[in-house]
Design a protein. Structure first.
Length: 347
């Protein structure tokens, strides 16, 4: 189901891993997709003669072994992003001793590409595999930004997944900005762009991206981190890749029209609204909060679309406090986790 893991000598996201780096980098396979995993916190127990313990299956649920209950954060990134967006937060969580993982979603970062066809079901299967792996090690709390927020909400709707709580940050699909609505309803500009007789030179594509990306993702473009901007613009190295990403974005926005069954969300939910978000309007988060009556709402007027980049200190503290509170009333999550373990052992 998941769990083939082997260490890599360096982080393909650009930073060489060293003994002093609190973030462990590995490659694993979830739902058939090989991807990169960034992880902090205590490592699973190791056997001197057998090496790392299996995190799934009968060996992880040996008789007499106490089931772990400490909350574990699973961090999901947005469209055209990667697990590296969570690096500043992961470093702070590591310093606080909070276990957390961030993964490259299929089609992004160093993950294998998405297959042809609907995108959300593929992402659902991938997220479910990550959740089930982490649930063996502790109580799982999901936090997702943008598309990651969508995946977290969809996971919360699945009562068979052992999720104790969800933080949804700027999830699209409710009351979106004019830019997202344009991509969905008026694909003509995309067709015109892809039909230009001469491809736009790659250096010009990247130059435009370097100007646009900080304005879309940050509350204050002048405060954008150069390394993070460079990472985003690397996704648009040339004309062909840009047209592919734009077409993929159009498909995703279409799928978001029927992405949610919010009446099925029964676990703790924190909705984070970012006042300076240029992609997902503040009204979107407020509508999500209204549609899930037991949810909590947090509004920060000074945050942009990716607050983990704007304010990693506040985000790390927010996630720490929420995961601790969400994991306390965990009887339902524990029951679901037991069912998952039984299914895994039977398989």
């Amino acid at each position: 189901m998941t769990a083939s893991q082997r260490p890599e000598p360096a982080d393909p996201g650009g930073r060489t891993t060293t003994d002093t780096d609190p973030i462990r980098v590995s490659f694993r396979r979830y739902a058939g997709v090989r991807t990169r995993v960034l992880e902090v916190g205590p490592q699973p127990a190791e056997s001197a003669d057998r090496g790392p313990r299996r995190v799934l299956g009968k060996r992880a649920t040996a008789r007499g072994q106490a089931k772990p209950t400490a909350p574990r954060l699973v961090l999901l990134h947005g469209y055209c992003d990667s697990a590296d967006t969570w690096r500043p937060v992961l470093e702070l969580l590591a310093a606080a001793g909070v276990p957390a993982v961030a993964v490259d979603l299929p089609g992004f970062g160093d993950a294998q590409p998405l297959r042809p066809g609907p995108m959300l079901p593929q992402l659902d299967a991938f997220a479910a595999a990550v959740i089930k792996e982490q649930a063996v090690l502790g109580t799982v709390v999901l936090a997702g930004n943008s598309l990651g927020g969508t995946m977290s909400l969809r996971a919360a709707e699945n009562h068979r997944l052992p999720v104790a709580g969800v933080v949804s940050i700027a999830a699209p699909g409710f009351v979106d900005s004019w830019l997202i609505r344009t991509v969905a309803r008026y694909p003509l500009p995309l067709r015109m762009y892809s039909a230009l007789p001469l491809p736009i030179p790659g250096f010009l594509v990247r130059a435009v991206a370097e100007q646009v990306v900080p304005r879309l993702l940050y509350a204050d473009a002048t405060a954008a981190d150069a390394d993070q901007v460079r990472r985003f613009t690397s996704l648009f190295p040339d004309y062909r890749s840009t047209t592919t990403r734009l077409e993929q974005a159009r498909q995703l926005v279409e799928e978001l029209a029927n992405a949610y069954r919010l009446e099925e969300v029964r676990i703790p939910l924190l909705v984070v609204v970012c006042g300076k978000d240029k992609l997902v309007s503040a009204a979107s988060g407020r509508q999500l909060h209204a549609l899930v009556p037991h949810s909590r709402l947090m509004v920060r007027e000074d945050w942009g679309h990716c607050p983990q980049l704007d304010d990693p200190i506040e985000i790390s503290e927010l996630l720490t406090y929420f995961s601790a509170s969400a994991s306390r009333p965990s009887k339902i999550a524990a029951r679901v986790a037991a069912e998952v373990s039984e299914d895994t052992a039977a398989g």
